[in-house]
Design a protein around this ligand. Structure first.
Ligand code: PMP
Ligand code: GLN
Length: 382
């Protein structure tokens, strides 16, 4: 492995899912639903497969999907996008993140990022030569400390890499937090790259606000999202980047050399989902909220202090409450102790021994009986 990846271990999601398969455990680790999205959307993909949609799609994505993404941004956020220059389709949000960082970040540029951070940010920032400036969301509330945020910006800072709703903590940034990020970006002439894959998965009557909608922010914000989470088709890997043409063009510049294009028959199906099943993500969020409550109650009953997430499909427990000093050791022992798999959050911090050391993430995008099975196993573990 080349030195640019030398200190980046294999992704924790692959490791923990393999552990779940090997041990026959209930997998509350990797975030994927155990029920697919609307059957009509899958049928639209089959129709495209059978109907000749099997050759390369345009690199920026099929026109119907770019138009559907633009219409989605208009419907939900009153953002008006030109589907030809301000929308690019990617191979999931993963490629959107990679292409954004490779296409925009110069070696040595500092990038302010919320910690814990999604693992691909660290890997791709390193490949791009960017320098992480983490701002830590601290347990149990996981809010942004605005003083720490301001202190993270130096004369070399050029980007903020934002993620709200936030994986793994479930934090949904408040209007005040977003306004503080926006003020800082404007004051220091920063570009904001914002990962909003959980934009629809927010709870308790909250609404997600894209930072691109704040005054003065559209021109400096690149917004990333994906159909995987909103429509429960994570394996399709259809994502997108939206924003001003000068930022989207940088994504396309990198993306053309990564995959150029992918998912030709899936793209029209996602367009169908966005236009004909616009209400699905909100229904999914309502259902997930109940499952969140079920899981959080079960974890607490099993003795695990657990934060209530405002969005995403992840809840965080502090295993120090059960006498475990190290969340990674807890997660590695858990299949044998209880037949359950979770994700140690310490791998999403610069210092694994730091504030995320005892934190463990559980996915609740699973059927209710799976969640209750998992928590009853935890309650009965030795
Ligand atoms: N960003 C975050 C915060 C995620 O949780 C995920 C996982 N879905 C991704 C990006 C990657 O999304 P995709 O599966 O569409 O590549
Ligand atoms: N986004 C999902 C998670 O956070 C899955 C990620 C992955 O498998 N790379 O668990």
């Amino acid at each position: 492995v080349a030195t640019r990846l030398h200190d980046i271990p294999p992704t924790i999601f692959a490791e923990m899912s393999a552990l779940a398969v090997r041990t026959g455990s209930v997998n509350l680790g990797q975030g994927f639903p155990d029920e697919d999205g609307p059957p009509e959307v899958a049928a639209a993909a089959v129709a495209a497969l059978e109907g000749g949609g099997n050759q390369y799609a345009p690199g920026v994505g099929v026109p119907a999907l770019r138009q559907a993404v633009a219409a989605h941004q208009r419907r939900h956020y009153s953002l008006d996008l030109d589907p030809d220059t301000q929308v690019a389709i990617t191979t999931g949000a993963t490629e959107a993140v990679a292409a954004a960082l490779l296409g925009l970040v110069e070696p040595g540029d500092e990038v302010v990022v919320l910690e814990p951070y999604y693992d691909s940010y660290r890997a791709m920032l390193q490949v791009a030569g960017g320098v992480r400036r983490p701002v830590t969301l601290r347990s149990p509330d996981f809010r942004v400390d605005l003083d720490e945020l301001r202190a993270a910006v130096t004369p070399r800072t050029r980007f903020v890499l934002l993620n709200s709703p936030h994986n793994p903590t479930g934090t949904v940034l408040t209007d005040d937090e977003l306004a503080a990020v926006a003020a800082l970006a404007i004051e220091h002439d920063l570009t904001v790259i914002t990962d909003e894959v959980y934009e629809h998965l927010v709870f308790d009557g909250r609404a997600h606000t894209p930072i691109a909608t704040l005054p003065g922010m559209f021109e400096r914000t690149l917004t990333l999202s994906s159909a995987g989470k909103s429509y429960s088709f994570t394996g399709w890997k259809v994502g997108w980047a939206t924003g001003p043409a000068h930022l989207v063009v940088a994504v396309v510049a990198a993306k053309q050399w990564l995959t150029f294009t992918s998912g030709a028959p899936l793209q029209p199906a996602v367009a169908h989902a966005l236009t004909e099943h616009a209400g699905f993500p909100a229904e999914l969020a309502r259902d997930l909220q109940e499952r969140r409550d079920l899981l959080v109650a079960g974890l607490r009953a099993a003795g695990l202090p657990t934060s209530v997430p405002q969005g995403t499909y992840f809840a965080t427990s502090d295993v120090a409450g059960l006498g475990w000093d190290d969340g990674l050791a807890f997660c590695l022992a858990l299949p044998e102790r209880a037949g359950v798999v979770a994700i140690p959050e310490q791998v999403f911090y610069d210092d694994p021994r730091g504030p995320g050391r005892h934190l463990v993430r559980w996915a609740f995008c699973k059927r209710r009986e799976v969640l209750t099975e998992a928590t009853s196993r935890l309650a009965n573990a030795d």
